[in-house]
Design a protein around this ligand. Structure first.
Ligand code: CDP
Length: 237
């Protein structure tokens, strides 16, 4: 089973992806981290993300193994990530890494869940289930601020807000693979929903999707774990 999740900054695609990965025994790839790893290399070379050749060279050295590098989640790296993400050659280079992950997910898993901006539209147009999460800037900003506090990062809220606004704008308006909902995506407005409620909504949609047969879900739910138990009990009519 392959699941694609897209949405703007701090809307909760990563949280949902981790939740679905645990419920359905899927490998998870946060594709934003690939762009962040490119940005970190560009920053290390004192670039600002605007040079396509420098960014492409950096992208060639990024692998799925690079994603545990420290510092990738910082606001500064996120800002430059959205700049390198504009360059078609960077996107093309990272496309192969993402498709390869979905084709051969690591470990003993039942498939993969990828989250990002263009997973359902460009990276995995044939994904079994697609989600597109939405939420207004103020709600997403509150989530990002909570996350930064939890990580003990120092930040200026107005700057974070400005960055998110600019990043969303750049992601939506770029020519190559802009942020957009696939026509066959389930759009979930997260304004009034906490992370658990989004996960429950998505789980219901996965189980009722014609592309994810009950056989597949049952096989996963047969795994000896608490989450598998939950899946089974929720499946009962
Ligand atoms: O977690 P957050 O919402 O801050 O963003 P992210 O998922 O880490 O992505 C960082 C940046 O990478 C985004 O602002 C996009 O510009 C870019 N990105 C992309 O273009 N395509 C993807 N599939 C994932 C991320």
């Amino acid at each position: 089973m392959i699941i694609a999740i897209d949405g703007p900054a701090a809307v909760g695609t990563g949280t949902l992806a981790r939740g679905l990965a645990a419920r359905f025994n899927l490998a998870h790839l946060d594709s934003g981290l690939l762009y962040r790893a490119v940005a970190a290399r560009v920053l290390a070379a004192e670039g600002d993300g605007s040079d396509p050749d420098q960014a492409e060279k950096a992208a060639r050295t990024v692998t799925v193994e690079s994603l545990s590098e420290p510092g990738l989640r910082s606001e500064r790296v996120g800002r430059v990530a959205s700049k390198v993400a504009v360059h078609p050659a960077v996107r093309q280079t990272l496309l192969g890494r993402q498709r390869e992950f979905a084709r051969r997910p690591p470990g003993e898993t039942a498939g993969a869940v990828l989250d990002g901006r263009d997973i359902g539209t460009v990276v995995l147009p044939n994904a079994d289930v697609k989600f597109f999460l939405t939420g207004p800037l103020n709600v997403r900003l509150a989530r990002r601020v909570k996350e930064l506090r939890a990580r003990g990062e120092r930040f200026i809220q107005a700057r974070v807000e400005q960055d998110m606004r600019e990043r969303d704008q750049r992601d939506r308006s770029r020519a190559a693979a802009p942020l957009a909902a696939a026509t066959d995506a389930h759009v979930i407005d997260t304004t009034e929903l906490d992370a658990e409620a989004v996960l429950e909504t998505a789980c219901r949609l996965v189980r009722s999707s014609p592309r994810t047969s009950r056989t597949k879900v049952r096989r996963v739910s047969g795994a000896p774990s608490d989450t598998a138990q939950k899946v089974r009990s929720q499946e009962s009519p």
